[in-house]
Design a binder for this molecule. Structure first.
Ligand code: PLP
Length: 347
């Protein structure tokens, strides 16, 4: 295996940074009852009058059980968006470093790059929406710190070939972030099982999609103990609020329900794909490994407007590279999907 010193990839100011520490951290687990008058909280009970657990120990312990990854290799954030932002802050020096993205892909990578004053090298996916591995590797330079691989990819809905991903992880000289927001809908295996083989691999997941908790904002980052220890130092101490922690735990303790919903969504997806193929102005229905479908139509702007007039909001992706005249449909409930098909047939 290659020798990659992750410490050398960090920004200088991050290498020596100290985490914020609260007095509570040190005594929370003490076996005797303690009086907590350290944090200027209101002492009267509201269920949320105390600061939340900054380490989110219970949620991590449950995730650790489910995913078979130690808590020391898990970081939680206020959605994946915060997790991704922390990676920028840890590794990317503003106005010097760059990241590589593979359009068409998730828009937040470039938003976060802009926000952090980091330049972006874009290497388009090929016509089958797969990464051009050789071109990506040729595009990197000594300042390329992060490579974002979104698999299954948003908005194309396909998963990337495992052999290409492996080549990229092995040969990219920075951190490879695999965004697995849609992995629970996919036939492909998560890269979590390979986490310990690659010191530069970071896998992100979220409770926003399959777990049905977009409103609570909980994103998850899995990486080496070293990378997680750095992210823990730089995250805002109370970045995951108590209500979110409680709600997440409740859901993670009811996986059967999650699995049932996912399997319903997948069977609805198959039905919707079949129905879309019968619509006259639909030119291509792309394969989906996620809970949405990318569809090429005759005129995306026109069809988008017509759908809005009928009260259906879809995502128009026509301005994205390789996505001319495409619309993206999320899989709704059976009834919502029926409404969509009925309207499409009328247009
Ligand atoms: C929806 C989505 C996410 C989820 O982001 P959260 O901030 O966790 O809600 C992450 N990555 C991709 C590619 C997505 O489409």
């Amino acid at each position: 295996m290659k020798k990659l010193n992750i410490n050398n990839l960090l920004r200088e100011n991050i290498k020596t940074i100290k985490a914020y520490s609260s007095a509570r951290d040190e005594y929370k687990d003490a076996s005797t009852e303690m009086v907590f008058i350290d944090a200027n909280e209101n002492p009267f009970q509201t269920n949320v009058n105390r600061y939340p657990d900054p380490k989110q120990s219970k949620v991590k312990a449950r995730l650790s059980e489910i995913k078979n990854i130690p808590s020391s290799q898990i970081l939680l954030g206020n959605g994946s968006d915060e997790v991704l932002d922390l990676l920028f802050r840890a590794f990317c020096e503003p106005n010097r470093d760059n990241v590589i993205t593979l359009p068409p892909t998730y828009g937040m990578y470039s938003v976060l790059a802009d926000l952090n004053a980091i330049s972006i090298k874009e290497v388009l996916l090929d016509k089958d929406f797969q990464p051009k591995d050789e071109e990506i590797l040729a595009a990197q330079n000594e300042n390329s710190k992060l490579l974002f691989l979104c698999s299954p990819n948003n908005p194309t809905a396909n998963s990337f070939d495992a052999s290409k991903i492996e080549k990229l992880i092995t040969e990219f000289k920075g951190i490879v972030v695999i965004d697995e927001a849609y992995i629970d809908f996919s036939n492909t295996e998560s890269w979590l099982s390979r986490l310990n083989e690659f010191p530069n691999l970071v896998v992100t997941q979220t409770l926003s999609k399959a777990y049905g908790l977009a409103g609570i904002r909980l994103g998850i980052c899995y990486a080496s103990e070293f990378i997680i220890s750095i992210l823990n130092k730089i995250k805002p101490p109370y970045n995951v609020n108590q209500l979110t922690q409680e709600k997440a735990l409740e859901r993670l303790n009811d996986l059967e329900k999650v699995e049932k919903e996912v399997s319903t969504i997948l069977s609805e997806r198959d039905k919707l794909i079949e129905a879309l193929q019968t619509i006259t102005f639909v030119e291509t229905v792309y394969n989906s490994d996620a809970n949405f479908i990318l569809v090429k139509v005759d005129d995306a702007n026109k069809r988008y407007k017509q759908l809005i007039e009928k009260g259906v909001v879809v995502r128009n992706r026509t301005t994205q590279p390789l996505c001319k005249n495409t619309l993206r449909f999320s899989i709704g409930t059976k009834i919502e999907n029926q409404i969509l098909i009925k309207i499409l047939k009328q247009l």
